[in-house]
Design a protein around this ligand. Sequence first.
Ligand code: PEP
Ligand code: MG
Length: 611
Amino acid sequence: MKTTRKIEDNQATEAPKNEGNQTNLLIRGIAVSGGVGIGQAVVIERITTDISPRRIIKPEEVSSEIERFTNAVGEAADRLKGIKRGINVDHPLSEHRYIFDTQIMLLHDRMFFDATKKAIAAELQNAEWAISDVITKITAAFDTIEDEYLRERARDIYFVGERVLKILMGVRSETKIHQLPPNSIIVSHDLSPADTVQMAKESVIGFAVDMGGKTSHTAIMARSLKIPAVTGLDRMSSLVQTGDTVIVDGSTGVVIVNPDPDTIFRFRERQEVYRKYHQSLLAFGKLPAVTSDGVRTMRITANIELLDEVEIAISHGSEGIGLFRTEYLFLGRRTAPDEEEQYEAYRHVLARHDPNPVTIRTLDVGGDKISYNLNLAHETNPALGLRAIRLCLSRRDLFKTQLRAILRAAVHGYCRLLLPMISCISEIHLAKEVLEEVKDELAAEGKEFRRDVKLGILVEVPSAVTIADMLAREVDFFSIGTNDLIQYALAIDRVNEHVNYLYDTLHPAVLRLIQQVTNVGQAGGVCVSMCGEMAGDPINIPILLGLGLDELSMNALSIPMVKKLIRSVRMDECLDLTHQVFKMQGAQEIRALMEEWIRTRFPRDYFVGHS
Ligand code: PEP
Ligand code: MG
């Protein structure tokens, strides 16, 4: 439908490395973050226990298999010692050096070392299989334990086992994501949001990832960080080696491995076109988003994940923050942030945007955002599991700490509180109960805080759309989270590149859901905004104007283009397009109409994004 995944020139099915250094190996994926990056690949190898080779060994192989395992454990210990030596006192992670001592000890822990040897000898499993089984069993057993510290030890054993597995499977050595060389293009099969958070961002100029789609959180982060990125590259990471020159064109979804000088020249030109184009758009960011006939004005706000993005949002013309994904404060670190740290973060964002609103979403971990410091249990189907508000209601300690920090910080600006993944009314009732409890506690402690913070919900589960009239009576605003709403309504895993071709914001069902929430919400007196990625894609804007949304929140870099578009259209043409679209039956048909419209009305903008 939208972008096809394809490996051109090299038709190999076995995914060999690009051993012969074939030049201009072109691979197509999904364009998720615009711009062109030209640099050297840093391949990040991940390994999971489910892909470890499994083989029944012969009884006479037992001793050599145990020796293979023991040698790998020895090598893992040496590598850990080496990493620890490399972290000197000035290193930002120096206070965490003890982690390596713990891991070295765990390598020889009875639960791991002896149990693996026993599985090899008694079950005749090869070493990789034995390790995978042992660490899976340990993790499962520890997951049921209440004590957080013990559960954390299980995760350490998991990492230790993974390290030994890597050695046995010949996976190349450690990539130090904190110390990447300049001009690094990160190439990986999968990249978790936690990995992305930890990267030395100044050194990374591109991402090329096998998995994921446009709304995976890694893609969202790449856009926020202004780093060109292509996902959905299938098995690309197995074709590239660290040090290969790679071009990532995040606007067209193309990756080129080992480009020849002519190709590099061509893409440098393209890089420049892209840069100048963005520079020229910036002026629109400062202007209000009002249609050319003056009929409608929309508030345009930004989505942020990290505190660094506050300034980017302001310089691109955001009129507040429509979505602060606070879970990023929790990712990629060993301990969860306490109330004071959270308070400082929220205070900073609120004060910087005052008097514009800042919408702080309460913790939305789970799904593709895994926070190890919260010791979440493994789930078979995390997108449908103990995620977001469900997790907060089951972990009141966490929820209350966050609410305390938000209510205290709210004194410093205009705060809106947003609850994620509401699927029924009782979740709002329970959340309100906790909120009242927190207010009473803060009042009893004599702390300064705000009582009258506006409360809203993310409408991102189809059931919430269906009962939008009831939900509207409970809250002050709705924010439509299309990333998840589409995932749940169309039954498409948003991080699965194999079904990404079905993920379409212009599917008639999606448009009808948005229409329903907007109409019902506004009739119920609540303000309706949209903060999913759909809100920042120019192709959707005339329809969103036609449907009458009050506010759009998006990646900051999209703001200038969206404002330019809104300022160039008349409301009657938007209503006309919306009527036409609502008569159509398929996403493809609708997309063709909207693309043609953009191509005709904004030829230069269309060209930069698609050439
Ligand atoms: C959404 O689901 O549309 C949304 C804005 O939240 P997230 O992408 O963080 O799930
Ligand atoms: Mg969501």
